[in-house]
Design a protein around this ligand. Structure first.
Ligand code: KIV
Ligand code: ZN
Length: 435
């Protein structure tokens, strides 16, 4: 029997874009060490977390959620090591998660003592489902929980050495009535009274993705345009990927007024993951927007990520997967080879080679190994390209055609891909050794 899906309160306003295009990169906040880590089969240990943190800094992240220090010894110790060993550059802000309970907030500030710049991220769950089934609390009790937490943050921040800013998330936002989500965010803001010197982050998570991306964007637009203290608030989005549309949600969320994105490398995170910051950033890059992250060596980022998380980046993962620039088919190879030649001959500054959304070299990928791949579907153009690029042989058209057929037939018979060195050996055997 067909069962109606996840409950989502109706969205009253459907204005989902306040602008037509994304013209600058948002503030990125990596949640790899928190949302990403909490969903790993084997969470990272302290040393790995420190290494991961340093790596995120090297990629250019300026805001990094490092954990939930009251939740485990390792996360508490991570904070202490980062602060005491002075591992946090001055222009990087660490962020920590806390619930609205005094002993948790107390422990969180103990972990943060002496932090140069930190965001304390308070959350409580606001959705109909969580209110009814998990917390068994009325709307006003849920507001009281958020407000109590907000007051405690003021109190502990005033009594702890360090520079603190605040973030509030109505967790399970996408399952919350928008009027209620707005009300609780405004109540929390009334406690924190953000100023232009101390802005507050209001983070609107699609804790579980339950709608098409434009609906999420409408929710962001509604909150963004009705929030109190709006000029002193940074609207942050935190898309998960249950429907496989986290990147689309983030992009539409940015069009709707969001200024900041929380996500992870390659979309690691709870269930289907958090939004993939690499894909989002490279989508921007391919549209000529500086993503303000160092993504010029994607293969290195992939191998680091795989080593640390024991997860794999899929072969079809946008921009980063092994096969995402690969052209096996003859017609694609031919078009790419012609496009590259056109670029070289015309000294183009922008990128318009057919079938390649950006120049693979810009992100550390190689034409000869990542783009032109040879099997029985391939053609003379690709084979000629490899021999020229890797071995300096610019074959005359007839020879290229002959060799093309030979290689295709061999690959067909063996039913396998032929690597560049194998092609060169076959070429040598038939054309050079016989000369
Ligand atoms: O997905 C979520 O709602 C979260 C919150 C704690 C922000 O991770
Ligand atoms: Zn999350």
């Amino acid at each position: 029997k067909y069962k109606k899906g996840y409950f989502m309160p109706p969205v009253t306003s459907m204005n989902w874009a306040s602008k037509d295009s994304i013209d600058e990169s948002p503030i990125w906040c990596s949640v790899d060490l928190r949302d990403g880590n909490q969903s790993l089969i084997i969470p990272m240990d302290l040393e790995k977390k420190i290494e991961f943190f340093t790596f995120l800094v090297s990629l250019g992240f300026k805001e990094i959620e490092v954990g939930f220090p009251a939740a485990s010894e390792t996360e508490f110790n991570l904070l202490r090591r980062l602060i005491e060993e002075d591992l946090i550059p001055d222009d990087v802000t660490i962020q920590v998660l806390t619930q609205s309970r005094e002993h948790i907030i107390k422990r969180t500030f103990e972990a943060l003592k002496g932090a140069k710049n930190a965001v304390v991220h308070l959350y409580n769950s606001t959705s109909v489902a969580q209110r009814e089934q998990v917390f068994k609390k009325s709307k006003s009790e849920i507001i009281a929980l958020g407000v109590t937490g907000a007051k405690l943050l003021n109190e502990y921040a005033n009594n702890t050495e360090g520079n603190f800013r605040f973030e509030y998330s109505p967790e399970s936002f996408t399952g919350t009535e928008m009027e209620f989500a707005l009300e609780i965010c405004n109540e929390v803001l009334e406690v924190w009274k953000p100023t232009s010197e101390k802005k507050v982050i209001i983070n609107l998570p699609s804790t579980v993705q339950v709608s098409m991306p434009h609906v999420y964007a409408s929710q962001i637009e509604y909150i963004s345009s009705n929030l109190k203290f709006r000029d002193n608030v940074i609207i942050s989005i935190h898309p998960h990927n249950d429907r496989g549309t986290a990147v689309a949600e983030a992009e539409l969320g940015l069009l709707a007024g969001a200024q900041r994105v929380e996500g992870t490398l390659f979309g690691n995170g709870e269930r289907t993951g958090n939004v993939d910051i690499i894909t989002l950033a490279l989508n921007m890059f391919s549209q000529g927007i500086n993503p303000n992250l160092n993504l010029e060596n994607i293969p290195h980022i992939v191998s680091f990520y795989e080593k640390m998380t024991c997860m794999e980046v899929s072969q079809r993962h946008p921009y980063s997967g092994e096969l995402v620039f690969a052209a096996f088919s003859g017609s694609h190879q031919d078009a790419i080879a012609k496009g590259m030649e056109y670029h070289d001959n015309n000294n183009l500054n922008d990128w318009r080679v057919p079938y390649l959304p950006l120049d693979p070299k810009d992100i550390g990928r190689e034409y000869a190994s990542d783009v032109i791949r040879i099997n029985s579907q391939s053609g003379k153009g690709g084979i000629g390209f490899l021999l020229k690029e890797n071995y300096g042989y610019d074959l005359p058209p007839k020879m290229r055609e002959d060799l093309g057929y030979t290689i295709k037939n061999i690959s067909d018979k063996l039913n396998k891909e032929l690597k560049s060195d194998e092609i060169y050996e076959l070429f040598k055997k038939d054309y050079i050794n016989n000369e």
